[in-house]
Design a protein around this ligand. Structure first.
Ligand SMILES: [Ca+2]
Length: 509
């Protein structure tokens, strides 16, 4: 080939690559990932008879509902890392609220980064996406544009903050006075001012997401750039600060109170929980084993449902705009709760356990052309599965990333709810011991193992959800054969990393 021909050949090759590259980006679906803080499946579409969640229900009616979806660690920051990395906390060592992603896994390629790198996506984030607070500042490297930040802990009623003082949880979430949190006053657990939605962060995040969708729509028309927008909502995370009209949707006397407030019989002490996060809010009693009055329980449960309805209305604004712009037909929409929530069941409030209510989450996926309307599956699913699932839905290569990838693609299930890609879900929680759990359709095994350099033996919990859906008794000693079979599954997982350890380098192909 002479030099002129060679130049011509190279130019033509570049042109073809350029054209095929831009053509594929132009054909890719957009992604709208909706993250909701502390949202359990207390939703109409999951059969909750109390919940008023018409907008989330409408999203479920457009796609697939995962009936058996689980987070990988029942607390904000680590759970969000598992989603964004596709990696279990036991694979990365990112167990803590203050764990720093880029210190522990500096070259990680997060889910949005992967879409930017391999699909030409413009990636944006709004509201609570990565956990910010407790020493964490988010992950700017994950997104194409600066994060739209707003509050998680928020009060409008001066009575909620002793007349405007900085409260404990506000300080945690704004990285202030982290060394003397307990010296600060407690804020209210709930408030119900008669205000417009926009007065709270979730109203502002919805309004900004609507604007971002409009801009993304124009950009898509002009530059053919697909978008990957992550909108994170703060409620129903405590405090249950929500406009009065959402509280008014519920009759407090009709709210369900916990049926069983005792810890499971024969369970190891390390597994249970009393006090904790909830005691940072007034008027919750601070004594570790205090019983809550029925009034208080009812107010807290009312607050959780009111906050969920408030968030539902904000999500509705975003989904309405997606539809109005004509983007719904070409946008994959995912709704995910970062973990579940105990509302007094087992006598536990909030999260931080390996029990069912703290770990079961909603996952809804509407993927145009793939999911059937109003479909549901019993396939067990985990947060880490969303990374490979979304990559496959968008036609990106199967992820090969520097961090361990623990998720499996759920696309076969999205196409056929009876298909099976995994036979259990895995989650973990670090307490005085590390608890790792295997949840099958029927059982949950939890292994509580001392951290390194301890000779104490592991302790086990086994629950049978067919005979004991409320987890009232640990059956580990009574059913050794079942324990043994579930231990075999657990044995296939890599040795868990200690907290904040560096994961082993993987060869990236
Ligand atoms: Ca959370």
């Amino acid at each position: 080939m002479n030099s002129l021909r060679r130049v011509h050949f190279i130019l033509m090759t570049c042109l073809i690559l350029l054209l095929s590259g831009s053509a594929s980006a132009a054909e890719r679906p957009n992604v709208l990932l909706i993250l909701v803080d502390d949202l359990k499946p207390a939703l109409g579409c999951y059969g909750d008879p109390i919940a008023r969640t018409p907008n989330i229900d409408a999203l479920a009616a457009r796609g697939m509902r995962f009936e058996r979806a689980y987070c990988n660690q029942a607390v904000c920051a680590p759970s969000r890392f598992t989603l964004m990395l596709g990696a279990h906390s036991t694979s990365t060592g990112l167990y803590g609220l203050g764990s720093q992603l880029r210190e522990i896994v500096p070259d990680a390629v997060t889910l949005p980064q992967y879409f930017a790198q391999h699909g030409g996506y413009r990636t944006e984030s709004l509201g609570k996406v990565f956990h910010i607070g407790h020493g964490n500042h988010g992950d700017p490297a994950s997104f194409s544009v600066p994060h739209f930040h707003d509050k998680v802990i928020e009060y409008l009623d001066p009575a909620s903050t002793q007349g405007g003082k900085l409260t404990r949880e506000e300080a945690y979430f704004t990285n202030q006075h982290l060394d003397r949190i307990k010296s600060l006053p407690r804020g209210a657990a709930f408030e119900a001012p008669d205000v417009a939605d926009i007065k709270y962060a979730d109203g502002r995040v919805a309004a900004e997401t609507v604007k971002r969708l409009q801009a993304a729509h124009n950009r898509r028309k002009q530059e053919e750039t697909p978008f990957f927008i992550v909108a994170g909502f703060a409620r129903p995370h405590l405090p249950f600060s929500a406009p009065k009209k959402y509280w008014d949707l519920y009759d407090p006397s009709e709210l369900p109170l916990p049926e069983n407030e005792e810890l499971p019989a024969n369970a190891p002490k390390v597994a249970g929980k009393r006090g904790g996060e909830i005691t940072n809010y007034s008027p919750v009693p601070t004594e570790r084993n205090a019983r809550f009055s029925e009034d208080l329980k009812r107010q807290l449960i009312h607050g959780y449902y009111a906050s969920t309805s408030f968030v539902d209305a904000q999500i509705g604004k975003v989904l309405d705009e997606l539809k109005r712009l004509g983007l719904a037909e070409n946008t994959i929409v995912v709704l995910w709760g970062d973990h579940g929530f105990h509302l007094g069941d087992l006598g536990i409030w909030t999260k931080h356990t390996n029990y069912e209510q703290a770990n079961r989450i909603p996952i809804l996926i509407a993927a145009p052309g793939v999911t059937q309307p109003d479909s549901a599956t019993q396939q067990l699913a985990e947060s880490v599965d969303l990374f490979p699932t979304l990559a496959e839905l968008a036609g990106l290569p199967a992820p090969k990333v520097p961090q361990p990838l623990d998720g499996v693609s759920l696309v076969p299930v999205l196409k056929n709810p009876q298909a099976r890609v995994r036979n259990h879900a895995y989650h973990a929680y670090p307490k005085q011991k590390l608890g790792r759990a295997i949840r099958t359709e029927r059982y949950r095994l939890v292994e509580w193992k001392p951290y390194r350099n301890s000779n104490a033996p592991a302790e086990y919990e086994l629950y049978d959800y067919q005979t004991d859906p409320l987890e009232t008794r640990n059956l580990a000693r009574k059913q050794p054969a079942v324990v043994e079979s579930l231990k075999q599954i657990l044995a296939n997982y890599p040795e868990p990393l200690p907290r904040n350890a560096q994961p082993a380098k993987k060869t990236v192909q």
